[in-house]
Every structure is written in structure tokens, then in C-alpha cells.
Design a protein. Structure first.
Length: 410
């Protein structure tokens, strides 16, 4: 993890003297990225279109760009792709059943049936849940209305490998290779086919040892999942700013160990981590933002603990994003889901607020309220190092899922 030193501070001071501190309201400048697309998404439940600003996703199949009048896009943390363009590129047959609001995709012996707005799909007559409950949707772009379906679910069910590049927002489909759907099992040999022997028959004479080859190289190791990414972690409060205080416990003393454990986990996964504080010291709100903006980090996460002055029984986890920040909202939803899953805390969803650390940082930013110190039961959990590690693991998993599109298996 990196502690901003004299070099970063000098560069930051030069930048601020040149252009002045960033204090503009509205979307952070880096959020206005090329690739954002305004679309209308049909809500099956309300029977109406809702406007949305989504991230366009590039789509390739075996190295060739997949072209469609409505592109693939990221929505609710999942990639949706135009079903006809993808299926036909894969040699699958598509059938639209207007009366049932269903689309059928058939390739070989595999049939997938998706219902618009449903959080499950039918595969060869068996119902399966869709990842994160994100199903097929009607999407309209510049007057063109198309059915978009969850890309990874569709492709992997058809035996197609999917890779995600979070830097270029590209989903890559590969037909060749050893990849097979998770449900695939090898067929048993036919009765007429001889079974292989239980052990090989030794040769009558020992075989000579093969000569070493100068061209032989050991298999290349896969780089860690977050190699090439950078994250700023902000432990809430510190120094004289103790934060909430309950039963002699200070919020600043809870946020720091959770933050340091999160940093450790992210670095294990290859991520470059910057910290706004790594000890018990005062750091101003705008100083935290200046530290973050002086890096080239992909995201910013501030870690806090909550409190209620009206209900001492209230407990659970919230995650905040800046109002109107599309990527902040996406990041908040993913981090919230992963923290709740890892820690088993009550899920109170995501909220938006005009917090300084969310407004003044120039990258997708969220603030995680890990739990309520005002509730004695949850306070003792927050003090438990094992529970702190589960919270940190959830935050790290959320970061990995946001940046790579992959859900880590525990």
C-alpha cells in the first residue's frame, strides 16, 4: 500500500497552484467518459420505458468485433448484449415469442428460454437463477428497439468462454479452447467400447530419458486478478476527529483495522493501494480528496461506522454514492452486495448524499457504513477482528467484481 510522500505532495501542490482546487458541483470530470450512452430500458413490471445512462461495452468473438445497431451495455452491474446479434454470430437459432414475452436460443442440444424481466431462465427444461437476478430486457437506442440478454449467462451456457477487460470495457467471446459449461460432464463410454486399463502396461525395455529441450519453457503463471488497477482507501475520521463514540469505543479505531485489512487483501490480488491515513492522525476532508486526486486510482472507497440517535436497536450496512454519479451508483451497488454476502449483515441497500469525499473525488467513489455502533449487539461485532476481516473481504470482493466483472468464489 502506498503512503503519499514528498514527491506526490510536490506534484499535487504544483497542480493546485496551476489550476486551483477542484470544487465544482455536479458529475466529477472523469465520470464524463467516452462510452456513456443514453438509452430507454423497458420496465416489464410497470409497462413503461425509463431513461438511463449506461456504459457501452465492446464485444468481440474470436477476435472479431460483433456489430449490432444496439450495442452491448453494462446495467445493474451486468453486461447485457443484443441476443440476435450474439446468438447468430455463435451459430444459434433465435425465436421471439411475443405473446409470452420470451426469447428462445437453441444451439446444438442446448435450449435457453428467457422471459423479459424475469430473474430466472430455463435451460433444457430446468429453471436456473440468473446472476444477480438481472434478466432479459427490451432496450431502445435512437429509435431501435432490441432484446438484450445477460451475456455471460448466455455464452457460458452455450459453452463459450467469456473474458472481461475492465480497462477497455470489452467482453471477449472465445469458441475454441478447453472451456465447457459448468454443468458439462463427460459421457460414459458405450458398452461396445473397451474400457481403458486401470494402469499402463510397463514396456519390456526401459525407455530412454528424453533429452532436455532448449525451447521448453515453464507454463506462464496467471497474473493476480487486479494487476494494473489502483484503489484509494480512506479510513474514516482519525486523530482528534474520533467519529461516533459508544461504550468507550471510537469509530476511528474501528475503521482503521478494516481499511488496513482491505488494503492487504487487495494487494494480494495485485492491486495498487493508496491510503489517506495509515495511523491515528488528523486528515481533513478536502485533504483526503486531494490525496485521492493526486493518484491515478480507478476508484475511491471511504470506510465508516454508523450510529442512530433515535433507535438503539437499528443495525445493518449502507453504501453511499454521490447523487447523479452513474459509476458511483454501480460501484455502490456491487460493494454493498459483496459486503452483505461476506459479513452476513442486514442489507439496507444504497443511498446517495452530498458528502465531501464523494463530491470532490474525480473517480467513482463510495462511502461504506459498515454497521451501527449505537446498537450494542452490532458494536461488539464491529470490534471483533474476525468480523472486521469479513467486512474487509466483502469490500475487496466488491472492488474486484466492479473492476473485472468477475465474482470471486470463496
Amino acid at each position: 500500500m502506498k503512503k503519499p510522500g514528498k514527491k506526490v505532495a510536490a506534484l499535487l501542490c504544483a497542480f493546485l497552484l496551476a489550476v486551483g482546487p477542484v470544487r465544482a458541483a455536479g458529475l466529477p470530470p472523469l465520470e464524463k467518459a467516452v462510452g456513456l450512452l443514453r438509452v430507454d430500458i423497458f420496465r416489464e413490471e410497470e409497462k413503461r420505458y425509463d431513461p438511463a445512462e449506461v456504459r457501452q461495452v465492446a464485444l468481440t468473438l474470436d477476435g472479431t468485433q460483433v456489430e449490432a445497431d444496439v450495442p452491448a451495455l453494462l446495467w445493474e452491474g451486468r453486461t447485457l448484449a443484443p441476443v440476435r446479434a450474439v446468438a447468430e454470430a455463435l451459430g444459434a437459432q433465435v425465436d421471439w415469442r411475443a405473446g409470452d414475452r420470451q426469447v428462445s436460443v437453441v444451439r446444438g442440444e442446448t435450449q435457453i428460454l428467457l422471459t423479459l424481466g424475469a430473474d430466472t431462465a430455463w435451460v433444457n427444461g430446468m429453471e436456473q437463477p440468473l446472476p444477480d437476478g438481472v434478466g432479459a430486457r427490451l432496450v431502445s437506442v435512437a429509435g431501435a428497439e432490441r432484446t438484450l440478454v445477460p451475456l455471460r449467462f448466455l455464452a457460458e451456457t452455450l459453452g463459450i468462454q467469456v473474458d472481461w477487460d475492465g480497462k477497455t470495457w470489452t467482453a471477449t467471446l472465445t469458441r475454441e479452447g478447453p472451456f465447457l459449461p459448468p454443468s458439462w460432464t463427460p459421457s460414459p463410454p458405450k458398452p461396445s467400447e473397451p474400457l481403458p486399463p486401470t494402469r499402463p502396461t510397463p514396456p519390456s525395455e526401459p525407455l530412454p530419458s528424453p533429452a532436455p529441450s532448449e525451447e521448453w519453457l515453464p507454463p506462464a503463471e496467471e497474473p493476480p486478478a487486479l494487476t494494473g488497477y489502483a484503489v484509494v482507501l480512506d479510513a474514516g475520521h482519525g486523530g482528534k476527529a474520533s467519529g461516533a463514540v459508544y461504550e468507550g469505543i471510537l469509530e476511528k479505531d474501528l475503521t482503521l483495522p478494516i481499511t488496513l485489512e482491505t488494503a492487504r487483501l487487495l494487494e494480494e490480488r495485485g492491486c495498487e493501494v493508496f491510503l489517506t491515513r495509515w495511523t491515528d492522525r488528523d486528515v481533513g476532508l478536502y485533504e483526503r480528496c486531494d490525496i485521492a486526486n493526486g493518484t491515478e486510482a480507478d476508484i475511491f472507497i471511504s470506510i465508516h461506522a454508523n450510529a442512530s440517535t433515535t433507535n438503539r436497536e437499528f443495525q445493518g450496512t449502507f453504501t453511499y454514492h454521490y447523487p447523479g454519479s452513474y459509476w458511483g451508483e454501480v460501484l455502490a451497488g456491487i460493494v454493498q452486495a459483496e459486503v452483505v454476502k461476506a459479513a452476513g449483515s442486514l442489507d439496507w441497500g444504497i443511498l446517495s448524499d452530498n458528502f465531501v469525499v464523494l463530491r470532490e473525488t474525480r473517480m467513482p467513489s463510495v462511502l461504506v457504513e459498515t454497521g451501527f455502533m449505537s446498537c450494542t449487539e452490532e458494536l461488539w461485532r464491529l470490534c471483533d477482528p474476525v468480523y472486521q476481516k469479513s467486512l474487509a473481504r466483502g469490500i475487496a470482493n466488491g472492488v474486484e467484481r466492479y473492476l473485472t466483472g468477475t465474482v470471486r468464489e470463496e
